[in-house]
Ligand binder design. Structure first.
Ligand code: PBG
Length: 332
């Protein structure tokens, strides 16, 4: 027999013992479900995001009723915009008759307790597929204009707040947009509307399936002058300090599982709640591996999401939310 006073395995000797020791929990209450809303009367399956749907305004509220019953109490809305409604300035983004404001109103009417979050950025709405306003120069050079974009984002945020949004979520990465949106909301009396800022959003290659779902891939260039360099961690702290000072209610790290170090770093440096976005590519990798039969979808998805919680995220945006809520209900 070894002389071992310290035997960590004692704390893992039974399911009940392991439950006593468990440091992190994953529950439906932590999940936010990103949803896509489109014009017309039809719901269409999204090829690049198996299990996800582009909903029409008429059906999204009924779906939210089922989600709410499953324990998912927050959805994040993204607009699917037909090419003919896109223009250089992205004006459809603040059309009060657009799909997002109409969907917000429909959901709040049918499921008043569902928290409705909305994505604020111009990429689904402008012809460039860029999150901001583009200025083109001779010879193909271009610039994403910061301050002009922030003005447009304020219009979009107000349009969503007027329709009844609970949480505004700017995903554009322009400088100063949190303070400007806060001021615009407050000036119209929307002091109760929250801001979840995409604080550390990286210029990631893992957004591909999402851009496929929306038809919003950049028509030229990339997003590297506003989204963060995947090589950087300290820069996330700088963004977090700015967002906190500007009045953000919650901070987000995106993507999630490839950036657990960033989540942990922010967790240690702020008292604000932290969200993490398990993005389309992270979701699709697991779905594809599970479809090939080599990974077990349920245990791998739950483990991936648990790792995000363990790193320090309070809430997780995930396309797996309905399925995960179902699995968790079966376990309890
Ligand atoms: C755009 C936006 C993107 C995502 C959320 N909002 C894509 C991008 O920045 O190009 C990505 C979500 C995902 O991949 O799941 N403002």
């Amino acid at each position: 027999m070894m002389n071992l006073p310290i035997r960590p395995r004692r704390n893992r000797k039974s399911a009940a013992m392991r439950a006593l020791m468990r440091e992190t929990e994953l529950s439906a209450a932590h999940l936010i479900y990103p949803m896509f809303v489109q014009e017309g009367e039809e719901n269409t399956a999204i090829e690049s995001l198996p299990g996800c749907t582009r909903w029409c305004v008429n059906d999204i509220a009924a779906e939210c009723e089922s989600l709410y019953a499953l324990g998912i109490h927050c959805v994040d809305l993204f607009a699917v915009v037909p090419e003919e409604k896109k223009d250089a300035a992205g004006t459809e983004a603040w059309n009060p008759q657009g799909v997002v404001p109409r969907a917000i109103a429909a959901i709040k009417k049918r499921v008043p307790d569902m928290l409705v979050m909305t994505d604020v950025a111009l990429d689904p709405f402008n012809t460039y597929g860029q999150d901001g306003i583009v200025r083109e120069y001779e010879g193909g050079a271009y610039e994403i204009l910061n301050d002009e974009t922030v003005e447009a984002l304020c219009r979009q945020a107000l349009c969503h707040a007027r329709a009844g949004a609970d949480i505004i979520s700017p995903s554009d990465m322009m400088d100063g947009r949190v303070a400007a949106i806060r001021a615009a909301l407050d000036a119209e009396g929307f002091t109760h509307v929250s801001i979840l800022s995409y604080t550390a959003k990286y210029a990631s290659a893992f957004y591909g399936p999402f851009r496929g779902a929306l038809g919003s891939a950049p028509k030229f260039g990339d997003k590297k002058t506003y989204q963060m360099d995947p090589a950087n961690r300290r820069e996330a702290l700088r963004e977090a300090a700015a967002d906190a000072a500007e009045g953000a209610d919650m901070l987000m790290v995106k993507p999630a599982t490839l950036y657990l170090d960033v989540i942990a770093e922010l967790r240690a440096s702020t008292h604000l709640p932290i969200a993490a976005y398990h993005v389309s590519g992270e979701y699709l990798m697991l779905k594809a591996a599970a479809a090939s039969g080599w990974l077990d979808e349920r245990s791998c998805m739950l483990e991936a999401l648990l790792s995000i919680r363990r790193a320090g995220a309070d809430m997780i945006l995930t396309y797996a939310a309905p399925q995960v809520a179902q699995w968790l209900a079966e376990e309890s």
